[in-house]
Design a protein around this ligand. Structure first.
Ligand code: ATP
Ligand code: MG
Length: 567
């Protein structure tokens, strides 16, 4: 995995599907599903699962369902349902008319539970949750059988019916599968399949006060929908025997569960629970904060669905957990936007330049190329005048050896314009801070070349001060300083590794006047500064706010070890 592959990956999951097609195991069908629990926003880890499930369906001419795994009314919400649908669509996938909810199957699941009872394979248990835990045993010790394990079928049927009717308080009884309390697999020690919860559900309202557990619900939902390959993350490997057990006992259609390693991305966290804490505690502005690894955050930051799909193809799927360097994700967006994003000039830390020999009141328009990678994107006019802004970083009064940009007495090129020479430095008398450069230009160098063939070592971006649009720019760094913030030292939590520099707001910044019409969500390359996206939340007409998606320098290209093994 982690190889820079351009064509679709061939991995162990696709190998299994190829084999199943060869043996005609599912009559030539390929049918997958993406089953999020609507208890938070989707993150880039879910994108891996979405690209895998929907991608495989596309490749094999099969189908992929979107199914909400909504069996826990206390944590789930309609807000999340809508956000998840939007995110899957934005990634470029279509579930057509196959949008399902596990809660739609509650009646059928209840019937299946009754059937298990009738087969002597499930019983109502009166142990409390704590007692169930105690009776369960450990990895080294077998569990103890519940004293209620051998209730008669009739009694179980009666009690289960009354559980449904709301006769018993929450937590007082459960329905459990009757499997094997001595099984080396803890999941097989009579797992709970129904619990009493007097809670309103966001779809079924107060119709139910018993709710099925994930393991029971998931395999049967897959079965009901005719799923062929049920792809899930590795933590469910130990649950597979249970997945198979329910389907075998009930003698229903049997999909195959296949596990793959979840995506872990460096310098961020990937669990909804942790992401929710960041939101609730105000470390970020919301689920769509551009620093968040959520699809909503990444989208607002300016990432494209193409870049994310490319990223998911490149990381591939494997059987072992690893930590993928976030630099790979950044590499993918650079590659995509390099081809597509129009170039503009924008100065994010402005330093005023006055060109002493450029006549006052004069201005002109110069031709600039919109994208050197794509000539079909054409050219535009940019205004030039006596007063400009350049980047503070592009000037040093006392430059060290390898600094080739502007310095006193030195000449550089202004992109698409003229050669410029610094003749004087103006400082604030109180602070000594440089506030302005006095320069001259060479009118013979229009377009950026000297007729006498003399060379300069640097080309700077700039904007004309009287024409420029004043904007706010937001720069981002990784949300966490530590590659794996879940690997915490004693006495700390993952929040202790939040990067205090993860957001830096710069204003005033100055950009080309054409950007007054930039649409929210539009993406640009600010020459030499990075790729930017017009913020969709805080921009106002004529006053765009720019999020930097990534700087231009590609750290991925320098990284030798692409995927470091986690732990
Ligand atoms: P989280 O731990 O972040 O809450 P989850 O697994 O509880 O995630 P679900 O809504 O249950 O979230 O997941 C929906 C699907 O996405 C599941 O099939 C799950 O295996 C998959 N998935 C979740 N996280 C990742 C990840 N980091 N990498 C790949 N797939 C993931
Ligand atoms: Mg979950």
């Amino acid at each position: 995995m982690g190889e820079e592959k351009r064509e679709k990956p061939r991995d162990f999951i696709r190998a299994i599907i190829d084999q199943d097609l060869k043996t005609n195991k599912y009559g030539g069908r390929v049918h997958t599903r993406f089953p999020p629990e609507p208890n938070g926003y989707l993150h880039i880890g879910h994108a891996k699962s979405i690209c895998l499930n929907f991608g495989i369906a596309q490749e094999y001419g099969g189908l992929c369902n979107l199914r909400f795994d909504d069996t826990n009314p206390t944590k789930e919400d309609i807000e999340y349902v809508e956000a998840i649908k939007e995110d899957v669509r934005w990634l470029g996938y279509d579930w057509e008319d196959r949008l399902y909810y596990a809660s739609d199957y509650f009646e059928r699941l209840y019937d299946y539970a009754v059937e298990l009872i009738k087969k002597g394979k499930a019983y109502v248990c009166d142990l409390s949750p704590e007692e169930i835990r105690e009776y369960r045993g450990t990895l080294t010790e077998p569990g103890k059988e519940s004293p209620y394990r051998n209730r008669s079928v009739e009694e179980n049927l009666d009690l289960f019916k009354r559980m449904r009717a709301g006769e018993f308080p929450e937590g007082s009884r459960t329905l459990r599968a009757k499997i094997d309390m001595a099984s080396p697999n803890l999941n097989m020690r009579d797992p709970v399949i129904y619990r009493i919860m007097h809670k309103e559900h966001h779809r079924t309202g107060n119709k139910w006060c018993i709710y099925p557990m994930y393991d029971f619900t998931h395999c049967l939902s897959d079965s009901i929908e005719g799923i062929t390959h049920s792809l899930c993350t590795l933590e469910f490997e130990d649950h597979r025997p249970l997945y198979d057990w329910f389907l075998d006992q009930l003698e229903v259609y049997h999909p195959q569960q296949i596990e793959f390693a979840r995506l872990n991305l460096s310098h961020t966290v990937m669990s909804k629970r942790m992401l929710a804490r960041l939101v609730q505690e105000g470390h970020v502005t919301g689920w769509d904060d551009p620093r968040m690894p959520t699809i909503a955050g990444i989208r607002r930051r300016g990432y494209t669905p193409e870049a994310i799909r490319d990223f998911c193809d490149r990381i591939g799927v494997a059987k072992r957990d690893s930590l993928v360097d976030i630099a790979l994700l950044e590499h993918c967006i650079r590659e995509d936007l390099n081809k597509r994003a129009p170039r503009v000039m924008g100065v994010i830390r402005p330093l005023k330049v006055v060109i002493e020999n450029y006549p006052e009141g004069q201005e002109e328009e110069l031709d600039a190329i919109n994208n050197p990678e794509d000539p079909s994107m054409g050219t535009r006019k940019i205004p030039f005048s006596r007063t400009l802004y350049i980047e503070q970083d592009d000037f040093m009064e006392d430059p060290p050896k390898k600094f080739y940009r502007l310095a006193p007495g030195r000449e550089v090129r202004l992109r698409y314009a003229y050669f410029l020479k610094c003749v004087d430095v103006v400082k604030d008398p109180d602070t000594g801070k440089i506030v302005e450069l006095r320069c001259t230009y060479d009118p013979a160098t229009r377009g950026g070349n000297a007729p006498d063939g003399r060379k300069v070592k640097a080309t700077l971006h700039w904007v004309s001060a009287p024409h420029a649009l004043e904007v706010e720019v937001r720069l981002y760094e990784h949300l966490f300083t530590k590659p794996d913030p879940t690997d915490v030292e004693e006495g700390k939590t993952f929040r202790d590794y939040i990067n205090p520099r993860s957001l830096q707001v710069l204003k005033p910044c100055f950009v080309e006047p054409s950007l007054a019409r930039a649409e929210p969500g539009a993406r640009y390359q600010f020459e030499r500064v990075g790729y930017f996206c017009v913020d969709t939340v805080d921009s106002r007409p004529g006053a765009p706010v720019f999020n930097r998606i990534v700087p231009l320098r590609d750290t991925w290209a320098k990284i030798k070890k692409k995927v470091s093994q986690k732990k």
